[in-house]
Design a protein around this ligand. Structure first.
Ligand SMILES: *Cc1c(COP(=O)(O)O)cnc(C)c1O
Length: 390
């Protein structure tokens, strides 16, 4: 074919090929919607479900496959898919495994949007959803029915931080043929071995420590089982849940420092939590490493570390108005949802009235996330804000 006449055509079909042999630490960022095939045969015989070929940007690129492999590695799983948020990862699991007429068990203290999704599935999709006391342990056997397909779990539970007995829940669920899906976001896949303790599927909000800088949203669904992975991939494909290449790159970049950030955040959180525990203003610190946290013995048995997220209950003397003033007086701690980044955060929570296992509503609850600031500076900030409590 003769040389194209138009500069634009020549630009778009440039002959230049960069020399081979370039090497550097960053993973290359491949951006693609269209993935090119060499032959009609290659196009017609494309196989999108595996991770050994490419078909379309939505189903993966070298960048997203690399990130999936690293997230699976962290978690001790074999397969992973990426989702546009942690909540999207939760949605993929429900669509992968539930159909109308199925029964699903969800702990009372699950990440609240997961509960909202459960209520929606129950109201509009013919799925039977029941909520269980997270401290139920092996007694969950009494709740399992023949049509119970999924048992959701989270350790520790969101906001109130109870630590469930995951091995006991998994054992009872498996005896009845139900799958256990664990939201393992709190430990970032580092401090709790989900598959080793019996989980079939793990959900991670990659938005948190894996993203690590409060600048992106992503989720992941991880498993060891090939058949479960196939079902997860079908739901992932049907729902069209792709992630952007640049976000995938940012997570890969952050993963190279994941463990040190996680450990530093967790250690600083322990320092701050101990300081809070000794304050008269605080009724209780809700942190699994503290003996009065429900499930503390299970935490000691099953976890190898702790993240930087915990809550406190204020002394019941203090009204919501007073703790609101405390929050607004904080200077280093900022208010906002999500966590896992470099900056410390504080958020007030009202425990939902339909949560049957919670009866400490007279105590104001604030959730803290401890980032990478010096804990002594954070303590000084808390101390000056406490003065507003009067
Ligand atoms: C943040 C979070 C999610 C949801 O992640 P998003 O990316 O914000 O959708 C799910 N589970 C837990 C435990 C979380 O903390």
């Amino acid at each position: 074919m003769k040389r194209p006449v138009s500069k634009q055509t020549r630009i778009n079909h440039s002959d230049y090929v960069a020399p081979e042999g370039f090497d550097a630490f960053p993973e290359p960022t491949y951006r693609a919607s269209t993935v090119l095939f060499d032959s009609v045969d290659a196009l017609r015989s494309r196989e999108w479900i595996g991770r050994d070929s490419y078909t379309y940007g939505l189903h993966g690129t070298p960048t997203t496959f690399t990130l999936e492999a690293q997230l699976a590695e962290i978690e001790g799983g074999r397969h992973a898919v990426l989702a546009p948020s942690g909540l999207a990862a939760i949605t993929i699991v429900d669509f992968a495994f539930l159909k109308s007429g199925d029964d699903v068990l969800i702990p009372e203290n699950i990440y609240n949007p997961n509960r909202e999704l459960g209520n929606w599935l129950s109201r509009d999709f013919g799925i039977h959803v029941r909520y269980y006391d997270p401290m139920i342990g092996g007694r969950i056997a009494g709740l399992l029915r023949d049509n119970t397909r999924l048992v959701w779990a989270e350790t520790p539970g969101s906001v109130t931080m109870e630590v469930p007995d995951i091995p006991a829940i998994c054992k009872a669920a498996h005896e009845k043929g139900a799958l256990v899906v664990l939201d393992n976001t709190w430990s970032a896949g580092l401090a709790f071995d989900a598959f080793g303790h019996g989980a079939d599927v793990v959900v991670q909000a990659v938005t948190k420590y894996q993203g690590g800088a409060s600048d992106l949203l992503m989720g992941a669904v991880i498993t060891r089982d090939g058949e479960l992975f196939r079902r997860i991939c079908m739901a992932h494909m049907r729902l069209g849940m792709g992630v952007g290449a640049d976000d995938a790159y940012l997570v890969l970049r952050s993963l190279s420092s994941l463990k040190v950030r996680f450990e530093k955040s967790g250690e600083s959180a322990m320092t701050v939590a101990h300081w809070l525990k000794n304050r008269a203003e605080i009724h209780r610190v809700l942190h699994p490493a503290f003996p009065d946290c429900p499930g503390h013995a299970i935490f000691k048995r099953d976890f190898t570390g702790a993240s930087g997220l915990f809550s406190v209950l204020f002394n019941e003397l203090y009204t919501e108005e007073q703790t609101d003033r405390f929050l607004e007086a904080l200077k280093l701690f900022r208010m906002g949802f999500s966590w896992g980044g470099t900056h410390s955060l504080a958020v007030p929570y009202r425990i939902r009235p339909d949560r049957r296992d919670w009866n400490l509503r007279q105590n104001q609850l604030i959730r803290f996330y401890i980032g990478l600031e010096d804990p002594e500076d954070l303590i000084a900030d808390l101390e000056q804000a406490m003065e507003t409590l009067g």
